[in-house]
Design a protein around this ligand. Structure first.
Ligand code: MSP
Length: 501
């Protein structure tokens, strides 16, 4: 059996979840759901990143201990993901004992293997990034990501011998093009390594809020080197070797381009240093921009997922993220764009198809859905779309998978428009048209369920099918002819009521 292990970045608990976090999490959820449909044994991990100076300072500002700050905000992430119908199998917090065990074991191995040494560090630090910069990285003397001042730090640190991995990293990028995708992001990683790698400081002695260094009391690991290890912790690293051996080769990390350096350069080097193979696959997307700008607390342009759910519903929001912003480039988010997409794709096309079908089945077929024709002209369209959908998910392109699925919806609406079953007398000819449309809807519900699980399950039940769309398995369930007929079709309110622009 195939396995699929998908992760999101673990989110910082200094601040509440916004739609940028939701974008990655929904994409990971849809991928996990697609792999479950394929029948793969699937494990989906998300969680929160709770150490470091940024969290310590946020806690101080709120008059809380760091753990209280982490408890509260971590719960807000969990609640946001519950609200968005995220089907994660685990939620990791880096303050959990299981994570301390894995971090200490993995970095101890790097140390034992000779890839960690002690030295004095002085550098410019951005607390918001939790990262050191050099003078040349700065833009107008400020952090290149946040545009805020950096701070001068000096302390005794342990360093990771990143420079020793230059050749092996370049070899990985070149021999395994599937390692980092899309290709532009893989080239970006190659660019970073080719510019030259300095060794990196992985511990802090001035900070208490972190995982203790096992070989030297008084030092804690710098937050990024603890955080990355979460992906190994959750599948049993240092606690369940058998489980780790089963899941690790199936690992896919989703992340945005802001943390490509950590995931595409530092993390694979750490894994090599600890002797862990194979390297994970990385799927890197762009930013969701608001008014052309990155969301940030200082710009006051953060949008919480809940703000959108009120208007668009959970599945409307999920659909929008997956359909409207291709995975890879940056995408501009706007309320107007969201309304336009919702009305065009969900209200007018999918919702309208469902509404038409149930209305005509009630007026012409006594409310009982007929079986499709084996040789319907819709059959070959479905087969072709299915191939495209498989390929799109394989390439981590949810927008392409959905776009392809909408070809079935458009073809079915056209088919109804051409045949005008509402003008036909009740009887076999009308039944045949309606059976074909019901079958198309059944397959659309299956193929769209990774994006809109609740709405697709509602469609499933409205066309009279038993069980859940989520329990279907493709390719078998997506083959033309599965709608059995003689099922009671439900006539109900529109699933996606039109929104006013
Ligand atoms: N804690 C680190 C990640 C550690 S992973 C071992 C971190 N956290 S974060 O809270 O800042 O979240 C970063 C991730 O959130 C991005 O990589 C991306 O997945 C998601 N996004 C945050 N803002 C985003 C946008 N504006 N657009 C799209 N995704 C963005 O970095």
């Amino acid at each position: 059996m195939s396995r699929y292990y998908v992760t999101t970045p673990i989110y910082y608990v200094n601040d509440a979840p916004h739609i940028g976090h939701a974008y990655t999490t929904v994409a990971a959820d849809a991928l996990a759901r697609w792999h479950r449909l394929l029948g793969d044994e699937t494990f989906f991990l998300t969680g929160t990143d709770e150490h470091g100076l940024k969290i310590q300072r946020a806690a101080e500002a709120h008059g809380l201990t760091p753990l209280e700050q982490a408890d509260r905000t971590s719960e807000r992430f969990r609640a946001a993901w519950r609200q968005l119908n995220i089907s994660n199998d685990d939620f990791i917090r880096t303050t959990e004992p299981r994570h301390y065990t894995a971090v200490q074991a993995l970095l101890q191995r790097c140390y034992d293997n000779g890839y960690v040494y002690k030295s004095l560090y002085s550098g410019l630090y951005c607390v918001a990034c939790e990262a050191y910069y050099t003078e040349s990285d700065l833009v107008d003397g400020q952090c290149p990501v946040h545009g805020t001042p950096v701070e001068q730090f000096e302390e005794d640190n342990y360093f990771f011998r990143l420079s020793a991995f230059t050749d092996r990293l370049l070899e990985w990028y070149e021999t395994d093009p599937d390692g980092i995708q899309p290709d532009g992001k893989r080239r970006e990683a190659i660019g970073i390594v080719k510019q030259g790698l300095d060794d990196v400081s992985i511990t802090r002695s001035s900070l208490k809020w972190g995982v203790p260094v096992p070989w030297d009391d008084g030092h804690v690991f710098y937050v990024w080197y603890d955080a990355l290890i979460n992906y190994a912790t959750a599948v049993g690293y240092a606690s369940d070797d058998e489980r780790f051996a089963e899941w690790w080769p199936a690992t896919t990390h989703l992340l945005a381009k802001d943390i490509l350096r950590f995931h595409g350069v530092y993390w694979p080097a750490m894994l090599m240093a600890a002797g862990i193979e194979p390297l994970p696959r990385l799927r890197v997307h762009g930013y969701l921009l608001v008014g052309g700008e990155k969301m940030s607390k200082t710009r006051l342009n953060q949008i919480a997922p809940g703000d959108l759910i009120e208007t668009f519903g959970v599945d409307g929001v999920r659909y929008h993220f997956l359909r409207d912003t291709p995975f890879g480039p940056d995408g501009d988010f706007s309320f107007e764009g969201m309304i336009a997409r919702y009305n065009a794709d969900l209200a007018n096309q999918l919702g309208n198809l469902l509404q038409r079908v149930s209305t005509v089945v009630h007026s012409k077929c006594g409310g009982i859905g007929p079986a499709p024709r084996a040789d319907s002209t819709l059959g070959p369209i479905v087969a072709e779309v299915f191939g495209d959908v498989v390929e799109a998910w394989r390439a981590t392109q949810p927008s392409v998978a959905l776009e392809a699925t909408w070809r079935i919806i458009r073809a079915t609406n056209d088919y109804l428009q051409t045949n005008e079953p509402w003008k036909m007398p009740p009887g076999p000819a009308c039944d045949a048209v309606m059976g074909d449309a019901l079958e198309a809807l059944r397959i659309v519900a299956i193929l769209t369920s990774p994006a809109m699980p609740a709405a697709c399950d509602a469609i499933w039940h409205r066309i009279g099918l038993a069980g859940s769309v989520l329990d279907q398995r493709v390719p078998a369930a997506a083959r033309w002819g599965g709608y059995p007929g003689a099922l009671a079709v439900v006539a109900a309110e529109p699933l996606f009521p039109r929104l006013k622009g």
